[in-house]
Design a protein around this ligand. Structure first.
Ligand SMILES: [Zn+2]
Length: 445
């Protein structure tokens, strides 16, 4: 460990590697010359660091472009197959585990329905571990190439603290920051699914030695839309997750706004009606109790029985499309509630963009968007409203798993492409000594 504030040569090299990897990841392929002009690093540094990254197999050459009068310039990109990412979506009705390569191509996925035990935490942890084993085995993936398992959950996530689940990566205390690993220490407060301080990280650590990252599903969706979807390029944005429940991820000045204990952005539980409908959280009058998919289907009351929320919502949409007055009125009202609640976001955060995602957002968005925009204009202050565009998410239903997979990806890019060490035993947190001598397929026996 080095003295605070004193950068070693190693830190600087890590920083240069991280800068170039990020550029190539998000903007590649690029030539060395382009990397130099974008990053401001010297030609010598670019040459050294790209040489290292090539030798590590993290980047690869991919053709060349002509340059004015000079030699053709070789293009570089991140090597998609060099490492793998796992994203998990603990959804309302199922647990989805997906394995991606570095380019976010989904190589395998496992969908396991929640049975009548619902969100029983032990059962959910079992489903995650079973899905993880399945996708690794089906693809024959070497666990040593897996950068980590990102898990998106319904609830507020208290991140791990030092000494409580840090997967060692050498001298740097990884896992201590809010966005880093250390997911083995993650504790989830999921009031709407009955999770009261569930130590999900520890429960998963008992079954896998892979690095763990746990975060709220709306926040992982937000990160995915910001990095790869409709949020790209915005520095001030809100990504709204509209599903069975309602959540949001607030991005302020390019960073996710988390609050004191990561619970910021619980937009679904802002009040739209004092003394109104009872919400799943126990309070009255929450936005979610009016426009969450579960609430909409329950309020409509005409959904075909036994079809689940998705089928119910699709039936509501079809009925409205056919002119059923009750269905039309309910959806018009939902658009107004959402627009008014978005007006609150506009007034509070002055975002340049608001992205509506989540499976219900994808399903209802095209119909509701004009009404939402009109209501937002009606309810928001004029000046900030004029600066805000309201758009639909572009990532589709896999956005939560992609977003969960960005948690280990972000850590990997920050580290300059360092492969994580795997947890040694249940006594993780020493940050030392783990060597990857693990049970097969990254799972504990
Ligand atoms: Zn509520």
């Amino acid at each position: 460990m080095t003295a605070r504030g004193k950068k070693t040569v190693r830190d600087l090299r890590r920083g240069s590697r991280s800068t170039l990897l990020r550029r190539l990841y998000f903007d590649g392929p690029l030539s060395r010359q382009e990397l130099g002009s974008i990053t401001g690093l010297s030609g010598g540094s670019i040459s050294n660091v790209t040489g290292e990254l090539l030798a590590d197999g993290l980047i690869e050459e991919c053709g060349s472009v002509e340059s004015d009068g000079g030699r053709p310039r070789i293009l570089l990109r991140v090597a998609a197959g060099r490492a793998h990412l796992v994203g998990v979506d603990v959804g309302e009705t199922q647990v989805r585990v997906a394995l991606f390569d570095l380019a976010r191509t989904e190589l395998a996925a496992s969908d396991r329905p929640l049975d009548d035990r619902g969100h029983d935490a032990g059962h959910v942890a079992e489903l995650i571990l079973a899905g993880l084993a399945e996708v690794l085995e089906r693809t024959g993936t070497d666990p040593g190439t897996v950068l980590g398992v990102g898990v998106g959950v319904p609830g507020i996530v208290e991140q791990g603290v030092v000494g409580q689940g840090v997967v060692g990566r050498g001298a740097v205390a990884r896992g201590t920051g809010p966005d880093l690993g250390g997911g083995a220490g993650a504790v989830v407060h999921g009031q709407t699914v009955g999770w009261d301080a569930v130590p999900l990280g520890r429960m998963l650590r008992a079954g896998t030695d892979l690095p763990l990252f746990v975060d709220n599903g709306a926040k992982t969706l937000g990160q995915a839309e910001m990095w790869f979807g409709a949020g790209r390029g915005a520095r001030h944005a809100v990504v709204a997750l509209f599903g069975s429940g309602v959540g949001a991820c607030v991005i302020a000045d390019g960073a996710r706004f988390r609050g004191a204990a990561s619970s910021a952005g619980e937009w679904g539980h802002t009040k739209v009606h004092v003394g109104g409908r009872r919400c799943r959280c126990g309070a009255r009058g929450c936005l979610e109790a009016y426009v969450g998919a579960e609430a909409l289907v329950a309020r409509w009351g005409a959904a075909p029985p036994g079809g689940g929320e998705k089928a119910g919502l699709a039936a509501l949409l079809a009925a409205a499309g056919a002119g059923d007055p009750a269905a039309v009125a309910l959806l018009d009202e939902a658009a107004e509630y959402l627009g008014a609640a978005i007006a609150d976001l506009v007034n509070l955060f002055n975002p340049e963009r608001i992205v509506i995602g989540g499976w219900a957002g994808l399903l209802l968005g095209p119909r509701l968007l004009p009404g939402i925009r009109a209501a937002a204009t009606e309810y928001a202050l004029r000046f900030p409203r004029e600066q805000t565009e309201i758009v639909l998410g572009t990532l589709g239903p896999a956005a939560v798993t992609v977003g969960a997979a960005t948690l280990p990806l972000s850590d990997f890019l920050d580290s300059g492409g360092e492969f994580p060490r795997r947890a040694e035993a249940d006594a993780v947190g020493t940050g030392a000594g783990a060597t990857g001598a693990a049970a097969p397929a990254g799972l504990r026996a």
